[in-house]
Design a protein around this ligand. Structure first.
Ligand SMILES: C[S@@+](CC[C@H](N)C(=O)[O-])C[C@H]1O[C@@H](n2cnc3c(N)ncnc32)[C@H](O)[C@@H]1O
Length: 363
C-alpha cells in the first residue's frame, strides 16, 4: 500500500490518529453544546483540506477526521429535528474527495445533515464561501495542511464570525525547512505563514516556542474580538515535536471543552510526549518543599503541575473559594478544571492544602 502524502489512502502514524481523535472528540462536544443552544439554527463544520477520510495503519483501515465527524454529526443531529448540521469537505485531490464522498454515501445519513464536497485550492475555496448566508449557524473551520502554510487572508473571516477555528501549526517543517529554503515559492510560503522575512524566520525557527508565539500573535492581530487560544503539541515516538493543534475561540466554553478533550485523550497530561515515567518506580515522600520545587516539563504538564500552579499563586491567601480557582483554570491556556476537579484536589492535598466543600485553605 502506498504511504506517501499523495496516496489516496495514506498511512496514519499514531500521532495522526490522536489528531483525528482530538478534532473529532472536540466536534462531538462542541456540536452538542451548540445544538442545545436555543438561538442556533445549527452547525457548520468545514475542513478545507479534508483528505479522503480513509487511512491505514499498515494493518487496518483507520477512519480520518472527515468520516468520524460525519458519523458523529449524523448521530447528534437526530436529537434536534428542527436544526441542521452541515459538513463541507474540500481537498485539492479529486481522487481523495471522490473516495470521501463514496465512503460517506455508504453511511446513509439522516435527512437533516447535509454534506458538500469541493475540489479546489483551499484559499480559493475559503474565499468563495458566503459566510453572510449563515448568520445563525456556528461555524467550525479546520485548517490542517501538511506543511507550515497558513493563508491568513483566507482564515481571517472565520476568526471574525460566530465560530471557531482549529489550525495545525506544522512547526517541525519550519524548524527543519526554513533555513534550507532556496526556491522563491518556498520562501514566500514561510513568509506568508509567519508574516516575517525569511531571515527572521530562520532565526526564530531554531526556537519552536517562538514560532508558536508568532502564530498566536497573528491570530490575535487578525481577530476583531478577543480570542482564547489553546494549543496542544504532537510528538513522534522519539519525542520530536511535529505540530501544535491550535484552537481559536471567542467562547470560554470552547476553550474549556478543548482543554478537557485534550487532557482526557492524553491520559491526564497535556501531551503524549514520552516523559520516561516508570510506573513501577517506588515513590518516596520527600515532603512538600521538595514537591513544590519540581520543575514542570513544559511540553507535557501533569495534574501535579496544576496543583503546584494553584499553590504558588494562592498560598499567600488563607482561604480561597474553589469557584475562583476553577475560574482561573478555565481561562488558563493549557490547564483544565472541567473533568479533572477530583484529581486536582487530590494533588493539592499532597501539598498540604486543606480542601473544604467550597474552598481550600493554606495553613
Ligand atoms: C494533513 S492532510 C489533512 C488531514 C485531514 N484534515 C484529516 O484530519 O483527515 C492535508 C490534505 O491537504 C490536501 N491539500 C494539499 N494542498 C492543498 C491545497 N492547496 N488546497 C486544498 N487541499 C490541499 C492534501 O491532498 C491532503 O489531503
Amino acid at each position: 500500500m502506498a504511504t506517501s502524502t499523495n496516496a489516496i489512502i495514506s498511512r496514519a502514524a499514531p500521532h495522526t490518529i490522536k489528531k483525528f481523535e482530538l478534532i473529532s472528540n472536540y466536534v462531538d462536544g462542541w456540536a452538542r453544546k451548540i445544538l442545545g443552544y436555543g438561538k442556533s439554527q445549527g452547525i457548520i463544520y468545514i475542513d478545507c483540506m479534508s483528505n479522503s477520510g480513509v487511512y491505514t495503519d499498515n494493518e487496518n483501515i483507520v477512519e480520518g477526521t472527515a468520516i468520524r465527524v460525519a458519523k458523529e454529526l449524523n448521530e447528534i443531529i437526530s436529537n434536534y429535528p428542527d436544526k441542521k448540521a452541515i459538513a463541507i469537505f474540500n481537498d485539492l485531490s479529486k481522487e481523495k474527495i471522490n473516495l470521501l464522498e463514496r465512503e460517506i454515501n455508504k453511511l446513509k445519513l439522516n435527512s437533516n445533515i447535509e454534506i458538500y464536497y469541493y475540489c479546489e485550492d483551499r484559499s480559493c475555496f475559503l474565499h468563495g464561501l458566503a459566510l453572510n448566508n449563515w448568520e445563525d449557524f456556528n461555524i467550525l473551520l479546520v485548517y490542517d495542511p501538511y506543511k507550515a502554510e497558513i493563508d491568513w487572508n483566507a482564515i481571517t473571516p472565520f476568526l471574525n464570525t460566530w465560530g471557531e477555528v482549529i489550525i495545525n501549526h506544522m512547526v517541525f517543517d519550519t524548524n527543519r525547512g526554513a533555513s534550507q529554503a532556496k526556491r522563491s515559492e518556498v520562501i514566500n510560503r514561510y513568509e506568508e505563514t509567519y508574516q516575517k522575512d525569511i531571515s527572521s524566520i530562520i532565526d526564530f525557527g531554531r526556537d519552536k516556542d517562538q514560532l508558536e508565539k508568532i502564530i498566536e500573535s497573528l491570530i490575535n492581530r487578525r481577530s476583531e474580538k478577543h480570542h482564547h487560544i489553546a494549543s496542544f503539541p504532537f510528538f513522534t515516538r522519539t519525542n520530536g515535536l511535529l505540530y501544535n493543534l491550535i484552537l481559536c475561540t471567542t467562547n470560554i466554553e470552547g476553550l474549556k471543552l478543548y482543554k478537557k478533550t485534550a487532557w482526557k485523550l492524553f491520559g491526564g497530561k497535556s501531551s503524549l510526549k514520552n516523559t520516561h515515567d516508570n510506573p513501577n518506580q517506588l515513590s518516596f515522600d520527600f515532603g512538600t518543599d521538595f514537591e513544590l520545587d519540581k520543575t514542570p516539563d513544559t511540553e507535557c504538564y501533569t495534574i501535579s503541575d496544576i496543583a503546584r500552579y494553584i499553590f504558588k499563586k494562592y498560598n499567600n491567601q488563607k482561604n480561597v473559594l474553589l469557584e475562583d480557582v476553577y475560574k482561573d483554570l478555565d481561562e488558563h491556556p493549557i490547564f483544565p478544571s472541567d473533568g479533572f476537579k477530583t484529581e486536582i484536589k487530590k494533588e493539592l492535598r499532597k501539598l498540604g492544602v486543606k480542601i473544604m466543600k467550597d474552598s481550600i485553605s493554606f495553613s
